[in-house]
Design a protein around this ligand. Structure first.
Ligand code: FES
Length: 258
């Protein structure tokens, strides 16, 4: 739906022929959702402010040039929006093709198989073939070939989750969740193009030694298997157990860490 619900004056617009009235300031994407129309998306969620980075949610608005992102475009009175036509479908397939060309194709063995928004969106936009050769070094982690200078290994330092940069689509949902949900500002995006990645602190710093407080907001926000909760099965049988008090708020919850 793009952005959290707004409370401004009512605005009526038409989306795919359906009249909908929403509060001023609402995104076109959320208005479409209110009208029962789901616009494809990857970087937008209900829990963080819209960012407009994935360009999957493009729409056409009568009287306006181009194809704006519906998640970052606010509604206007009398606006007439189209979310489905051949041009938009072609654009979305092109976007997804680029994403998939730079993503490991190990869905059948991936921990997120069946619960992956990238997988879902590839199906939703009708992507069948990828014309582009993989450009990144991500695939070396799967093939076992010798890593080169751009290879960044999986970060398993945090006891609760893993970070696999090869599966990151740089949607920034984790970065925004860290800032807006947790207020920690531990994550950022470093690098450009194929080299851009989520980073916890300084270059080369792992999650455990960063300012990350292990709240899990980033893991919840991740649309792929990039940030993946460690399961009890992965961790194995605990060898010791410690009862401690959570320090993040004043409630004083105790929990057992194994
Ligand atoms: Fe709108 Fe990503 S969902 S640009």
């Amino acid at each position: 739906k793009g952005t959290p619900a707004k409370t401004g004056a009512p605005v009526t617009l038409t989306i795919d022929g359906i009249a909908v009235t929403v509060p001023e300031g609402t995104s076109v994407m959320r208005a479409a959702s209110e009208a029962g129309i789901q616009v494809p998306k990857l970087c937008a969620t209900d829990s963080v402010e819209a960012f407009g980075s994935c360009r999957l949610c493009v729409v056409e608005i009568e009287g306006r040039r181009g194809t704006p992102a519906s998640c970052t475009t606010p509604v206007a009175p009398g606006m007439v929006v189209h979310t489905q036509n051949d041009k938009l479908r072609r654009l979305r397939r092109g976007v997804m093709e680029l994403y998939i060309s730079d993503h490991p194709l190990d869905c059948l063995t991936c921990a997120a198989n069946g619960d992956c928004e990238l997988q879902d969106m590839a199906g939703a936009v009708g992507l069948r073939d990828v014309r582009y050769e993989p450009q990144a070094t991500h695939f070396e982690t799967r093939s076992g070939e010798a890593p080169n200078a751009r290879y960044i290994p999986k970060d398993e330092s945090n006891p609760y989750f893993t970070y696999d940069p090869s599966k990151c689509i740089v949607c920034s949902r984790c970065v925004r969740a860290c800032e807006e949900v947790q207020g920690t500002f531990a994550l950022t995006i470093q690098g450009r193009g194929f080299d851009s990645r989520v980073s916890a602190g300084m270059a080369g710093q792992d999650f455990l030694s960063s300012d990350c407080v292990s709240c899990g907001a980033c893991v919840q926000a991740c649309p792929t298997a990039t940030l993946q909760e460690k399961s009890v099965i992965d961790l194995g049988t605990p060898t010791r157990s410690v009862v401690t008090t959570c320090a993040y708020c004043g409630v004083g919850c105790s929990f057992r860490a194994e």
